[in-house]
Design a protein around this ligand. Sequence first.
Ligand code: NAD
Length: 444
Amino acid sequence: MKVSVIGTGYVGLVSGTCFAEAGNDVICVDNDQDKLAKLNAGKVPIYEPGLETLFERNAKDGRLRFSDDLAAAVAHAEVIFLALPTPPTEDGSADLKYVLGVANQIGTIISDYKVLVNKSTVPVGTADKVRAAVSAQTDVEFDVVSNPEFLREGFAVQDFMKPERIVIGARSDRAIEVMRRLYKPFVMSGNPILFMDERSAEVTKYAGNSFLATKISFMNEIANLCELVGADVDNVRRGIGTDTRIGKRFLFPGVGYGGSCFPKDVSALFKTSQEYNYDFKILDSVMEVNDLQKGILANKIVKEMGEDLTGKQFAVWGLAFKPNTDDIREAPALVIIEELLKRGAKVKAFDPEAMESVRAYTNLDIEYGDNMYSTLEGADALIIVTEWNEFRAPDFEKIKNSLSRPLVFDGRNIYEMGVLEQYGFTYHSIGRRSVNATETVATE
Ligand code: NAD
């Protein structure tokens, strides 16, 4: 099939590449000339495991092309995906200017039937707005479909190629047939394509992300309570996670959720509920808990080292909002580092993929290490913010010898309490209990 994808970011590039991998003829459009130059030079501008191989193969075979020519891309395709940004506005609602701007342009361009697909995460009612924006410019027949994307950064290719389910909000049989045909190769193992109305599809995306964010905030509160009552959140997590009604995932406490999706989607759903005069109390608390949780490591640091951190130096491991991505949007690390700098501290950070993003998109006055160990020399403490695999089994002796004091603040609970305590570290993590606590601690 002939497919165009407008917006070649994390979602658009992965979608376009995977559609090409399934044999479709794909044009990806972007208006960022630097990005296009990289793509046309055969370089993948984001870090996403597994993407490069598919990208190279399909670009080489001519099934995957990149351009800034929207008109040519619209003329090319039977199905046009909008994978454009929907960032939060100041009041927390989703900004539709990119989506509606492009819809408007498409209205002035289309000359035969097209299926326009909203792949961006958009508030309920956006399919109607896109339909209205296009209709305002043309009498040509077209359909609008809502097809929210559930891929996770870091696993985007595998999520796209083998989705657990595909959600399609559509009202026309013709569009439903086109979408069924396009997605058939991705559901060969029997996972469902769920057809529904557009509004339900739009709410589904927000409901999913908000539910997961709720799980995280809930566990963060349980962790905070565990610290106060002398329980260990690892035990509690295993205790409840083995209940299949609850499930094991999204139960890990930490320094709060970040990224380009959860924070903005929770706040956009909250905003939508306000617009409909619904007081969505849980979401309000989920956001408040997350804001507080981002400050939890800084609070622990201040408690241990005092309010004034002038002259103190910190090694920070992990800048990306989660492992396996270079994405730093709403990353807890940025909040923590800002707080340390505000209190007079110096920071030397390392992240396997995200240092370039921090350099490019923030003005944080920090140094960067060439590797994780080079951040440690002379630092007063090590702070772990992102649970990259390479941080999980380090040389603890080397860490201890490099730091001026054996002090670790771990925002992701990646080490065993007992191991670090044996090495002689003072080890602060989230919601866990020292093995030296007076009562016995249950083991696995
Ligand atoms: P992104 O910022 O990485 O990519 C968006 C791209 O659109 C950029 O390359 C930008 O240059 C381009 N763009 C902006 N205006 C344009 C225009 N007028 N014409 C052509 N290109 C234009 O964003 P993303 O992370 O890919 O997210 C896109 C949408 O998908 C958002 O609504 C997001 O909420 C949703 N989503 C994201 C993820 C994720 O993990 N990143 C997952 C599911 C859904």
